[in-house]
Design a protein around this ligand. Structure first.
Ligand SMILES: NC(=O)c1ccc[n+]([C@@H]2O[C@H](COP(=O)([O-])OP(=O)(O)OC[C@H]3O[C@@H](n4cnc5c(N)ncnc54)[C@H](OP(=O)(O)O)[C@@H]3O)[C@@H](O)[C@H]2O)c1
Length: 296
């Protein structure tokens, strides 16, 4: 199938590689053209504009930073929606607020095209291996149409409701995860006087109710970061997770509720970014807190 993918960042590149590996004819577009070069060398076609990408694809996947990026890629000059896209299916996978997806689906519908959202759980490794968890929102018929491709990207696909439901679910899933990274740093601060090897600490936590699933996948990288060693490639940076935390807090406000623990976690992430860690891997959050205690 001819699949277009806009946004060859960390996730988009891994997803494009997966789609090529299972035999699709993949065309990519990225705002910063250099970041699509590695994929071109691996066999992807490169479109000069989002409009060209949409014109040459049956399905168009987008996985971009935030609502502003979505607006620009879809509605900007030479954007995905600027040409004739009637009959095409858009799969929007960014982590944004439900209202962003709903407004986009309305605009896509006006052009005679269909859209589902499928924000995902899992990071670069699962994306490359087709093992993401997809939180899908959209009309049943559109979801059925997208399902074969969703199944190639995801180990599990949950259709949780109409457009916007996937975004709500994804924000909810990320909430305890992002609070966890800060909470784990605080837990490690309590363990600091024990002087145990961080790898052993992470292993102990991973085998208890205090350790979430993420420690199974990211535990070794976290242990390396705690030991001051190379933790491998950045999977998700702190600035991106500040964006998610801010989005959660804004969404809660619009629902007339508050997220006190999440808001406080956002303060801690903001402090980490202010200390120069914004482009660093998420594992720097607990590492920073453990070190910070050392200075007190
Ligand atoms: N990394 C993860 O583990 C993970 C997991 C699940 C979900 N997500 C979500 O997936 C999305 C992408 O994440 P990522 O980690 O792949 O981020 P990333 O590596 O920073 O890539 C972001 C992409 O968005 C593009 N972009 C940003 N602003 C733009 C704009 N104004 N116009 C056009 N394109 C723009 C970037 O283009 P340039 O190259 O030109 O900057 C890049 O292609 C985010 O919503 C994130 O929350 C990430």
């Amino acid at each position: 199938m001819k699949i277009g993918l806009a946004g060859t960042g960390r996730m988009g590149s891994a997803i494009a590689r997966r789609l090529m590996a299972v035999g699709h004819d993949v065309t990519v577009w990225n705002r910063t053209a250099e970041k699509a070069r590695a994929l071109a060398a691996e066999g992807a076609k490169v479109a000069a504009t989002p409009a060209e990408l949409a014109g040459s694809s049956e399905f168009v996947i987008t996985i971009l930073t935030d609502a502003k990026a979505i607006d620009s890629a879809y509605r900007g000059r030479d954007g995905l929606l600027s040409g004739d896209v009637a009959g095409k299916l858009f799969i929007e996978m960014s982590t944004v607020r439900p209202e962003t997806e709903r407004a986009l689906a309305t605009d896509v519908g006006k052009k005679g095209a269909a859209m589902i959202e499928c924000p995902v759980g899992g990071t670069i490794g699962p994306a490359k291996d087709g093992k993401l968890f997809g939180f899908v929102g959209g009309n049943a018929a559109d979801v059925v149409r997208a399902k074969p491709v969703l199944d190639q990207m995801c180990r599990r696909v949950e259709h949780v409701g109409p457009i916007g439901a996937g975004a709500s679910m994804k924000l909810a899933i990320n909430l305890p995860l992002l609070v966890f990274w800060q909470a784990f740093g605080e837990a490690l601060a309590l363990c600091r006087p024990l002087g145990l090897d961080p790898a052993r600490l992470v292993d102990i936590f991973a085998d208890t109710s205090g350790g979430p699933n993420v420690l199974k996948g990211r535990g070794p990288a976290l242990a390396a970061a705690l030991q001051g060693k190379d933790a491998g490639p950045i999977t998700v940076d702190i600035d991106a997770m500040r964006k998610d935390l801010r989005t959660m807090v804004e969404e809660a406000k619009s629902l007339g509720t508050e997220l006190p623990v999440t808001s406080r976690a956002l303060d801690c992430y903001d402090e980490a970014a202010a200390s120069g860690l914004g482009k660093g891997d998420i594992t720097a959050i607990p590492v920073r807190w453990m070190k910070r205690v050392g200075k007190n």
